[in-house]
Design a protein around this ligand. Structure first.
Ligand code: A3P
Ligand code: MG
Ligand code: MG
Length: 380
């Protein structure tokens, strides 16, 4: 049975007289003062083990070990014989975050003695990665997205739905692309140790089921947010600041040989890097620049607070304020349209580049994503 929207989504941009039913992503509309974004506070963490099992603790945390000046890491090593790849056909939706919420409910419940005291003191629950897509939407020209939203006990839960285009791209990946997706994880294995005094073990098996995730709370304008994001590693110095300020994001990128490549790096890659780490308050990215053969030839640290200065010389470049204002307006839009508090109702927000964000409403449909075990435990 196909998902049939009960309300049809609004007509395409320009034809809709009621602008409150769609949302533009045009950059000019979001060039205002930077909105309030409170310093994110880590309220907890969780781990996923080699079989993707959930643990309400930091057992998968890793420690950054600074490599030599010319590391020569071979990122192709182990792809054929020491790689266990997570099954990305399994759609986990918000499940791990919901497990964390149930295990940590007392930290999140509304204060006071009102009748709703068992409800969460939060407007939005989602993954950091979904918010990253919102931040970058005003500059995205290639990939659209679909976000499912459910209002339940006053909190809005946002979970991504894979688009048809993304599913096709995934099916049609080349062998080279498939291998290159491994390179980023391999870089992590060369630079991270499992224990504070340990050393990286690049000879071991690389298993992408394993993850350490931080859960942070913050506020964007008048939206109280709770979200989780995977964290690559932390500073091993015992005097490092508390999480999330001790966390380090690892990235790989093609080495930069020409001014054009530098400009593209600033305009496209640094936007993604900035958005991903700024959201949870991760202060730096350590990048490994690799050649065409997948050998890391240079390393560079990018403090997140310096990225917006780095890009100022680029003509017509992205602006952090546009990203944050769009995200804030998107969340206001969601609050405005997703009014029915019901775990089996999904508001599906859809966006394609050069279009407005539109939505449709679905009742008891395959888009429903809050599991029964969560709804029941939160209701009892
Ligand atoms: P790079 O970031 O070095 O490319 P993350 O950097 O977010 O911690 O992700 C770790 C690695 O997962 C990435 O390393 C990349 O290899 C792979 N990866 C993450 N998201 C991806 C995506 N959307 N498409 C392809 N590969 C992805
Ligand atoms: Mg990561
Ligand atoms: Mg990374």
């Amino acid at each position: 049975q196909k998902n049939r929207p009960q309300n049809q989504s609004v007509p395409s941009r320009g034809q809709n007289p009621d602008s409150s039913l769609s949302l533009s992503t045009r950059r000019e509309l979001y060039e205002r003062d930077f909105p309030v974004y409170k310093q994110p506070v880590e309220v907890g963490c969780f781990s996923l083990d080699s079989e993707r099992r959930f643990f309400n603790d930091g057992r998968q945390m890793r420690y950054y070990v600074e490599p030599d000046r010319s590391p020569n890491f071979d990122l192709r090593d182990g792809y054929k014989d020491r790689f266990i790849k997570r099954d990305d056909s399994v759609k986990e939706k918000l499940d791990h975050m919901l497990r964390w919420i149930l295990a940590n409910r007392s930290k999140l419940s509304a204060r006071g003695t009102t009748a709703s005291s068992c409800d969460l003191d939060i407007d939005f629950v989602t993954w950091r990665g979904h918010l990253t897509k919102l931040l970058t939407a005003p500059y995205e020209t290639r990939e659209g997205w679909q976000l499912a939203v459910t209002r339940f006990r006053g909190t809005l839960y946002i979970s991504e739905v894979e688009t048809e285009a993304a599913r096709r791209d995934q099916e049609n990946r080349t062998e080279r692309h498939e291998e290159m997706m491994y390179w980023g994880y391999k870089f992590e294995q060369y630079t991270c140790a499992d224990t504070v005094h340990g050393q990286p073990d690049p000879g071991g098996v690389l298993n992408t089921n394993e993850a350490f995730c931080t859960v942070v709370q913050t506020r964007l304008a008048d939206h109280r947010l709770l979200f989780s994001g995977e964290v690559d590693c932390r500073d091993k110095d015992p005097n490092a600041p508390a999480a999330p300020a001790c966390y380090i994001e690892l990235k790989t990128s093609a080495e930069i040989c020409t001014p054009k490549q530098r400009s593209n790096f600033h305009r496209f890659k640094l936007l993604k890097w900035w958005a991903q780490s700024f959201l949870p308050g991760v202060p730096r990215v350590v990048a490994g620049f690799r050649d065409e053969e997948g050998v890391v030839v240079a390393m560079e640290t990018f403090p997140i607070s310096k990225i917006s200065h780095l890009i100022k010389n680029e003509h017509n470049c992205w602006k952090p304020t546009v990203c944050m204002n769009f995200c804030s307006d998107f969340l206001s839009f969601v609050k405005h349209i997703a009014t029915e508090d019901n775990p089996s109702v999904v508001y599906l927000l859809s966006w394609e580049p050069r279009r407005d964000v539109t939505f449709s409403v679905h009742r008891d449909s395959p888009y429903c994503f809050l599991p029964h075990w969560f709804v029941e435990e939160m209701t009892s």
